[in-house]
Each structure stands twice: as structure tokens, then as C-alpha cells.
Design a protein around this ligand. Sequence first.
Ligand SMILES: Nc1nc2c(c(=O)[nH]1)N(C=O)[C@@H](CNc1ccc(C(=O)N[C@@H](CCC(=O)O)C(=O)O)cc1)CN2
Ligand SMILES: Nc1nc2c(ncn2[C@@H]2O[C@H](COP(=O)(O)OP(=O)(O)OP(=O)(O)O)[C@@H](O)[C@H]2O)c(=O)[nH]1
Ligand SMILES: [Mg+2]
Length: 437
Amino acid sequence: MADTIFAPASGFGRAAVAVLRLSGPGAGPALAALTGRPPPPPRRLSLRTLRDPAGGETLDRALVVWMPGPATFTGEDQVELHLHGSPAVRAAVLRVLAGLPGMAAAEPGAFTRRAFLNGRMDLTAVEGLADLIDAETEAQRRQAMRQLDGALGRRVEAWRAGLLDLLATTEAALDFSDEGDVDDEALSDRAMRAAAAIRDAIALALADGRRGERLRDGFVVVLAGAPNAGKSTLLNALAGRDAAIVSSRPGTTRDAIEVRCDLGGLPVVLVDTAGLRDSDDEIEAEGVARSRAWIGKADLVLWLAAPGEAAAAPDDTALPCLRVRTKSDLGADAAGGGLAISAVTGAGLDRLLAAIEERAQASLGAGDALVTRERQRRALERCVAHLDRVVASQGASAPELVAEDLRLAVRALGEVAGRVGVEEVLDRLFSSFCIGK
Ligand SMILES: Nc1nc2c(c(=O)[nH]1)N(C=O)[C@@H](CNc1ccc(C(=O)N[C@@H](CCC(=O)O)C(=O)O)cc1)CN2
Ligand SMILES: Nc1nc2c(ncn2[C@@H]2O[C@H](COP(=O)(O)OP(=O)(O)OP(=O)(O)O)[C@@H](O)[C@H]2O)c(=O)[nH]1
Ligand SMILES: [Mg+2]
């Protein structure tokens, strides 16, 4: 691995300014090679002419920043080059950087990986940063920001410190158990109460209806019903664009069409599906099978029925669903029931959106969950299981066994923070980052 990495940190394509960042011991020498001058004062944007050290050709007149480690994002020496944002300027400077000794183009997430390895952030903060970069809605941004800020990391550290205390006490009891100067009974009683308190606190954080994980994925709303019910028309009306083909022929939609949207700051995925009916047409039958699969995965199913049609009924009554009567502009439907809408006049759409938002809100929360990933949840559940055994023993277990469960509980918390057993997690996480992060 090269000591020093570099990458574009801003988006690709034409822009006013393009930022390149460098990290590692070669960052300072690279800046010196490009500017032919000593570094500017730390952490101050300074105007410099950048030249190709090989031929002396001027590459750009740019703002540069020198940030000596360890008080940097990565913990290493860092440099930023704020270039004119054309693809050609950026490419020229990147080419020169690649030719300098000890420099290598950064892999996705390489800067953050260094920040993590240098102890600048724990794993929950890294996950928060990944989510912050991917955040599309206000609630996602809020949750990611809290995670990056250490909302979960700090709690986990506090729980871990508490358990380490307990472990020390228990181990002391082990060491001195034959010396008779430690009050075993009182000690174990206190230890049990402390273990139970930490277990309860973790269990409380876990009892959140998985809203943190759900908020990352989005709330899935599936539009279902008979052919021609008006599903695709409604999707287009809600999305505000022609995402799906609409026609008067029943059986128009075959593939499910997903549209991500922002509903009051919450991420909602609307899915238009093929109309449900038995069909001899092989392609349509496959479309209907896909519709059913989507219905099974939905957080909310909108059952659409046009006037005169029997209201579509879910096979599975446990499905969270909302009945919608479409095409209300064609006249009131005596069959009634459900929310009346018209995608043509727009009648009822506000109420429909409000109903979806209300359910999304109940399911996702507003970004206040502590647990945001399955990975964190599993490790916390393991921790609770070990603490359950400690508490259930009520001091009856041998101190050796209590100590072992405490050690495993501590280890599980260490995994949440990324102190132990993280190599594979890191590789997966960082490969989802963008270049330059
Ligand atoms: N130009 C630019 N903008 C950016 C970043 C960057 O790297 N460059 N960031 C990159 O992600 C984010 C800001 N995050 C940062 C986090 C920590 C430090 C840092 O230097 N921390 C030091 C010093 C802190 C201080 O001065 O108070 C430290 O923690 O020791 C810098 C940026 C968003 N905007
Ligand atoms: N008058 C009126 N016509 C509508 C409304 N919504 C849809 N339509 C018409 O109903 C027909 C079917 O609409 P689609 O949106 O394609 O129906 P669908 O449920 O997607 O149908 P499939 O994809 O075949 O399952 C089209 O001719 C639409 O123009 C509405 O609110 N009012
Ligand atoms: Mg359709």
C-alpha cells in the first residue's frame, strides 16, 4: 500500500471548483513539488500557481490548504487543492500527482478508513458518515448526523465502561475469594443490579421497531389492484412525472416501477405493479408474480379499485393496507369504502399523501433512533443475551461463569464500536463509499 493517497473529493463533471485531497506523509512534499514553495500557514486557503515539476508547465492557479497531522480528518498530514472545476484541469493535476513517488489513487472510502484506523472515529461514526453522504431526505440527514456525532458510539462506550467495572469487580472476587476479606454476597448483589440496569438500557434502545434501519431503506408503498384500476396514472401523479406508461388497455404495466420520493422529509419508495389477474400470457403472468412479491415486501399496500369494480382484497389480511377508490371524476361509487381520488382532477391526492406520510412517520420516526444497522442490532442483542445469563444466575453461578459472560458482553459492545472483529465489516462498508471519502 502506498503511504500517501489522493483523489477528487468533489463530484465529477464540470463545476466551479474541484477539490482534490491528499493524505499521508507525502502530502506535504507533493504540495511543495506542485507549488515550488514552502507550505502556506496551516489550515488557511492560500492562492498558489501549480506547475508540473517535470516540465514546469502551469497547470492551474488554485487555492491550496496545508493541514499537518495529527489534528486532521484522517489523523495524517493532509493537503487540499481547490482547482478550477473542469475535467481537464482535474485530470492534468491527477496525472502529475500519480507520477510523484509514494503516491497512489485512493480506493473508495480510503480516507475514512485511515480516520478509523487512526482512532479519529469509531465504526458507528463511520457508518453515520456513510449514511450522511447517502442521505436524500431531512429525516435521513438528521439520523446520520446524530450517528456521526456519536449518539450510539457514546452510549456503547458508557455501557462498555460499566461492564468493564463489573468485570473487574468480579475478577477481584475470583482472585481473593479464599482470603475472606471481600464481601462476596454484597458484591454479587450489587453487580447483578448493575448488570440488569445496563441490560435494560440496551434492550430499551433495541425496542424501537427497527425504525433506524427502516429510515435508511425508505418506506415501501406498493400500488396494487386489478388491471386498469389506475395504478400507473396515480404513480405518475404522485411522482410528478411520467415514470410509468399509462394506457386504456388492461395489462399495460409488466415490470414493477420504483420511484423514490421525499414525503415531509421521509424517504418513501412508491412501487407501481402489474394489475393482478390470471393470465395465459407468459410475460403478464410473470409481471403478476412480481406484483405479489412486492406486495409481500410492502410497508403499505394501496389497494386501488376503479368505479364499479369490487374493491380489491388482499389475500393476506395482516398486510398493512389502505383502500383507494380511483377515478372519482367519473362519478361517485355506490360500492364506497376507502379513500376516493382522481388522478385526473387531483381530488383526494392531498389526503392520500397525508395518509401515507402519517404511516411512514409512525414506522420510520424522525431520525431519533440509536440503532441504524442490522450489524449493530445483532451485536447489541448478543450483549443482552450474555447479560441475561449474568442476571438470571442471581449470583448462584460460579464467578468464573459470570466473568466469562461479562467478557463476552463487553466484546459484543466492542464490535459495535469496531474495536474487535471488524476487518470484513470494514471492507464491505468502505466499498460502498465514494472515491475521495
Ligand atoms: N474542504 C473540505 N470540506 C469538508 C471536509 C474536508 O475534508 N474538506 N470534510 C471531510 O470529511 C467535512 C468536514 N469534516 C471534517 C472533520 C474533521 C476535520 C479536522 O481537521 N479535524 C481535526 C481538527 C478539528 C478542529 O480544527 O477543531 C481534528 O479532529 O483533530 C476536518 C473536516 C465536510 N467538509
Ligand atoms: N377519468 C379518469 N381516468 C383515469 C384515472 N386514472 C386512470 N385513468 C385511466 O384509466 C386507464 C388505465 O390507467 P392506468 O394507470 O394505465 O391503469 P393501471 O392500473 O396502471 O393498469 P395496468 O397497468 O394495466 O394494471 C387509462 O386510460 C387512464 O387514463 C382517473 O383518475 N380518472
Ligand atoms: Mg399500469
